[in-house]
Design a protein around this ligand. Structure first.
Ligand SMILES: Cc1ncc(COP(=O)(O)O)c(C=O)c1O
Length: 445
């Protein structure tokens, strides 16, 4: 990899961007992958990847920092997982009755995550978070759901999207069904549940994001939920297989009623899971003769054998190589090297690395110390020009070995030099090559 040469050729990328929006609304199937989320010099599409390396349409090579929205938890094209998927594909992917491997996958997953007695598999995280909310409503007989307002995504379904500025297309009445509390603000949770007619079926939050839980927040919330008969759903979509194979709730020793898993549990293949206590999960079963039937998750592709095979192979590889320990060690090394670069460039006021070694983010501020999309875009632009595909997150995996970490630090060093010059100039005007990236959730396009 010639990481000392600045990338300037994006010809095929530009053509791709020009063509795709006519065929695919948004030009991508995840809004956070869209053109408006990146600087003008970003690769428009990735042709292939290997380990932590990806290549774009023009043959430019990059180190990947966020690994497919953090779904690729070991590495692109990682052979033991790809092999398991191929074997499953050759044996058939979908049958008229459950695939034999569903039982094995359920056992392995529940033994691994140590959270809940039963599991339901699906293809998307949104499917399992929405299913958790439905079960909570059925179990408690209440209607409303409460979300942590600092956690920016739980589902593309209406119950969550209605709380964002992008509420177009959602009946206004849906808004009343979702309340919000603040993570680490116990009082805000107490306030929601203080009146007997709160009608709240469940709380949903990520166990942790970049801020650690403070003042025993998670345990106090779990106890309060138990006391008020409200179900606690911890969304491990991002934290699962990063804080540990048992997720972040085990890391902090808190027991939710249900947990939701996806993203990085199958090295980028589509496998998600809802786990929970048997008495709640069983509401979605067919063993309670005479009871009302609850239509839980029922999808054609939910248990496709390739996804389950990828998930099982991923778990085996994590255990075999103790990848959680090594990811944390790589993250610690990388974070401290990046922090040195920030300090050396006198940018501690403008650039902050927040989060844990297993997953951390860079907050980009302007000279006034205010988070600023133009400065954020400048950082992405300069990292990309220096061969690092960066969108604000650092997710160290097994594939980020020393040479990859070195390229990332070197690119950050170069990027910080330009950032410093823009901060000194008080503007990104002569530095940015195109418009700034925009927030995903915004009222206007
Ligand atoms: C915390 C969290 N929950 C749920 C989801 C939804 O997952 P999916 O995109 O697979 O539907 C996401 C996706 O970004 C997420 O970050």
């Amino acid at each position: 990899m010639k990481s000392d040469e600045r990338i300037t050729n994006f010809e095929k990328s530009r053509q791709f961007s020009a063509d795709i929006h006519a065929l695919i609304p948004g030009g991508a199937h995840t809004y956070s992958k869209g053109d408006d989320q990146f600087p003008a010099n970003a690769p428009a599409a990735i042709s292939h990847g290997k380990g932590a390396h990806v290549w774009d349409l023009d043959g430019n090579e990059f180190i990947d920092c966020s690994m497919g929205l953090t779904s690729v938890c070991i590495g692109h094209g990682y052979e033991p997982v790809a092999q398991a998927v191929c074997e499953a594909a050759f044996k058939g992917t979908n049958f008229q009755r459950p695939a034999a491997m569903e039982l094995e996958a359920a056992r392995l997953f529940l033994d691994t995550v140590q959270s809940g007695d039963m599991v339901k598999f699906a293809k998307n995280g949104s499917t399992v978070t929405t299913a958790a909310v439905k079960l909570a409503r059925a179990f408690t007989g209440r209607n409303r759901v409460a979300i942590a307002r600092e956690h920016n995504f739980f589902s593309y379904d209406d119950w969550f999207i209605v709380t964002t500025p992008c509420d177009r297309g959602i009946p206004s009445k849906v808004r009343e069904m979702t309340a919000a509390f603040s993570y680490n603000d116990y009082e805000s949770v107490e306030n929601l549940l203080k009146d007997d007619d709160h009608d709240i079926a469940c709380l949903i939050m990520e166990p942790v994001k970049f801020d650690p839980p403070r003042n025993d927040f998670l345990h106090k919330v779990a106890a309060l939920c138990k006391d008020r008969g409200v179900l606690l759903i911890l969304d491990e979509m991002i934290s699962g297989f990063k804080w540990g194979l048992q997720g972040a709730h085990n890391y902090y020793g808190v027991k939710p009623d249900m947990s939701t898993w996806g993203k990085g549990i199958a090295n980028g293949f589509s496998a998600c899971a809802l786990t929970g206590r048997a008495e709640i999960m069983e509401l979605g079963g067919i063993r309670r003769q005479g009871d009302d039937k609850l239509f839980l998750i029922s999808t054609t592709h939910g248990a496709e054998t390739t996804g389950l095979a990828a998930m099982m192979a991923t778990i085996r590889e994590f255990n075999k190589h103790d990848m959680i320990t090594s990811n944390w060690a790589r993250g610690e090394f990388l974070k401290s090297r990046l922090e040195d670069v920030v300090t050396r460039n006198g940018l501690a006021h403008e650039l902050q690395l927040i989060g844990y070694p297993c997953l951390f983010a860079l907050v980009c501020k302007n000279a006034e110390g205010v988070p600023d999309d133009r400065f954020r875009t400048l950082m992405m632009q300069e990292m990309i020009a220096n061969h690092v595909l960066f969108q604000g997150l650092f997710y160290p995996t097994w594939s980020h070995q020393q040479p990859e970490l070195d390229v990332m630090v070197q690119a950050f060093e170069e990027a910080c030099g330009v950032y410093r010059a823009a901060v000194d100039a008080g503007t990104t005007d002569n530095f940015l090559v195109g418009p700034p990236a925009k927030p995903v959730f915004r009222k206007k396009i």
